[in-house]
Design a protein around this ligand. Structure first.
Ligand SMILES: NC(=O)c1ccc[n+]([C@@H]2O[C@H](COP(=O)([O-])OP(=O)(O)OC[C@H]3O[C@@H](n4cnc5c(N)ncnc54)[C@H](OP(=O)(O)O)[C@@H]3O)[C@@H](O)[C@H]2O)c1
Length: 319
């Protein structure tokens, strides 16, 4: 099903980094019937509230950018919440969308659904072919359940429910809390704070030797619109740039951008996670979508955003 600009589209998680980028992009491109709710207005873990919302609003399409999201430290510390909150949020949304006749649904997952030692670059076919990375298996298992739930609905009922698996994302609105954030925003914050502190030394997690891929959040928003507006041939697609780099190289790029001149110390006793994670992005490319924002440009835009929002930086705390 192809969504039109006048169709009612519900974006779950529109206050988050990805959801807000999707909201901005769709609004900018002329979609004029966007439906949103803050967490205070609608707690997505509450089944009754979600069912009531979906049955009274009856959106044409649903985009699921709401989830409990965090880095290695947060995943390790809160395995139960990462598993259960995500299972519940996505089941409430997917099932109530299904029961209320929603024809098109985009479910956002993450590259951590693929096995720790999946052949690189990781293709969609590597799903469930090996063991997951233990540190974020809780989150990954919930996301795999979401992918399979959408796949089952498509297989059994022919609904156009598509799962997009983005690589590591970054950009405006990211979480900059050092306890719960991902690697790229954490580095921006650490280098910025150290520079302000007379170029104090910066201590970074792990050895710096794993390789990772990063995608600017506006690119994933563009991929969501792409998937929303055409009938894709499959139910699962990777979204990435297809280019990776060493974490040490990333640190150097951010250090240069920020202008930090102090020492960099690596905490090699902290876990590195998967040694290499690179998406095979050929499947979505074959449908006609490609990333556009270069890493250096994206880091610059994110750092500019960070500096102009210093008083308003998002710091996610878990309880
Ligand atoms: N960030 C990445 O690097 C990355 C990479 C790959 C895939 N993804 C995927 O992209 C999606 C969005 O990630 P993100 O980075 O945008 O995360 P985020 O910034 O933490 O946003 C998540 C959103 O979900 C909302 N939410 C969480 N629990 C909720 C609840 N119980 N009720 C209502 N709203 C709730 C949050 O609300 P509050 O604003 O109230 O907290 C927030 O708006 C996730 O599915 C994630 O797996 C992200």
């Amino acid at each position: 099903m192809n969504v039109k600009k006048t169709d009612k589209i519900y974006i779950a998680g529109h206050k988050g980094m990805v959801g807000s980028a999707i909201y901005r992009l769709l609004k900018h491109r002329g979609y004029n019937n966007l439906l949103v709710r803050t967490r205070n207005e609608l707690d997505l873990r509450n089944q009754g509230e979600v069912v009531h919302f979906m049955s009274s609003e009856k959106p044409k399409a649903v985009i699921i950018a709401a989830a409990k999201v965090g880095g290695i430290l947060a995943n390790n510390q809160y395995p139960y919440q990462f598993l259960r909150d995500n299972l519940i949020i996505q089941d409430n949304l997917i099932n109530s969308a299904f029961e209320n006749g929603v024809k098109k649904l985009i479910f956002l997952g993450s590259s951590c659904i693929y096995p720790k030692f999946a052949q690189q670059p990781m293709s969609e076919d590597s799903l469930l072919t090996g063991e997951l990375e233990p540190t974020n298996q809780w989150y990954a298992i919930a996301k795999i359940a979401g992918v399979k739930q959408c796949e089952a609905i498509k297989k059994q009922f022919g609904r156009d429910y598509v799962s997009l698996m983005p690589t590591n994302l970054y950009g405006p609105g990211d979480n900059f809390d050092l306890e719960t954030s991902h690697v790229l925003p954490a580095m921006i914050r650490k280098f910025h704070d150290a520079k302000e502190d007379n170029h104090a030394p910066v201590r970074l997690w792990g050895s710096g030797s794993p390789k990772r891929e990063f995608l600017y959040v506006d690119d994933v928003a563009d991929a969501v619109e792409f998937a929303l507006t055409r009938e894709l041939s499959s139910n699962l697609y990777n979204v990435g740039s297809g280019i990776d780099l060493f974490i040490k190289e990333l640190a150097e790029k951010i250090r240069e951008m920020v202008g930090h001149k102090g020492e960099v110390l690596w905490d090699a006793d902290k876990p590195d996670g998967t040694p290499r994670k690179l998406m095979d992005v050929s499947k979505l490319k074959a449908e006609g979508w490609e990333y556009s924002v270069k890493l250096e440009d994206g880091i610059e835009q994110t750092y500019n955003w960070f500096r102009s929002n210093l008083d308003n930086i998002r710091e996610v705390k878990f309880d």
